[in-house]
Write a protein that binds this ligand. Sequence first.
Ligand SMILES: Nc1ncnc2c1ncn2[C@@H]1O[C@H](COP(=O)(O)OP(=O)(O)OP(=O)(O)O)[C@@H](O)[C@H]1O
Length: 350
Amino acid sequence: MNSYTLLQTVLRNTPEPAGAAVQPPFVEVDELAKHYFLSRSFSIKSVDGVSFAIRQGEVLGLVGESGCGKSTIARLLTRQTSPTGGEVKIAGQAITDVDGEDLKRLRRTVQLVFQDPFGALDPRMRIGTSMEAPLAQHHIGTREERRDKVMRMLAEVGLDESFYERYPRQCSGGQLQRVVIGRALLLEPRFLICDEPTSALDASMRTQILNLLTDLKRRHGLTMLMISHDLRVVRHICDRIAVMYLGRIVEVADRDALFKTPRHPYTRALIAASMLDRTGLYAPEIQLRGDLPSPLNPPRGCRFHTRCAHAQAKCAQAEPKFEAASESHQVRCHFWRDLQPDRPAQAGSP
Ligand SMILES: Nc1ncnc2c1ncn2[C@@H]1O[C@H](COP(=O)(O)OP(=O)(O)OP(=O)(O)O)[C@@H](O)[C@H]1O
């Protein structure tokens, strides 16, 4: 059974909320790949056979170190770049080859919020004009109606009317991130991808923005992909979490299961690292050693074996298959059964 089929099976087996009809996933990603070819024999394997699915209304977290391919997935799902392999379906439609009107529709259905709100807004434009621009591009409403919509959205994201006339330099990072989120929602998307939306903010702003996203998700019935290198962020907001390492997903589980019984040594190391700043405790056997290897030449066998404290000879020879550790928990490790789920993980609040 390949990893995509396994995920489909797991998703079908995971109980739907009482009374809910069984629906196909809203987002289906099957063996997605993005290789950047540097020459005939060299390519950077940014994303290398990634499969996952997101149910309608679900928030999936995607975590992993810088450089593991998370942003490339965001760009692939928004069609800012094309895959070199695999397929993506959103709301039942394959998006890989769409163009013309279908691509325009996709661009409304799927919206992306980036890490840096200063970079996302034109410094010479007033906030109101920036927020209205996508509405005008999609020929939505009259000028008057667009202004009304923007005013209502400013209130919804917790900003008063004065922001309509302000320039980005007159706002804080947190206020600008509210603007960017509001602008994305004005197009009434069904799928929101947030790529490190809080990593440029301080701790109290971070919590406020995550609470805002949770609230907006509920009100607008959004399906979300939350990308972060920070486990505390995904723990705050996500229903399920996928852990990525060097272009591949190595573990997927419901949020609580992932933190209570992480199965992959890499997930355990990430959780330990996220606890460090709060507790000062750091078990040596779960420390993350060295840097992420280059995606130009990923290690053979299990990609994590060069940094894994539990690696054995087999790990350098054969890549582990994605296995079901429970009905809704999958892991890619030869020896996950041998690892004691010993360390209760208590990543701090965001
Ligand atoms: N256009 C490109 N050409 C060549 N290599 C690229 C390109 N874009 C990304 N990469 C490489 O692909 C790998 C994954 O990059 P990506 O930005 O997706 O990682 P990430 O997990 O989002 O990291 P970060 O959080 O630092 O952005 C990196 O090694 C990166 O250098």
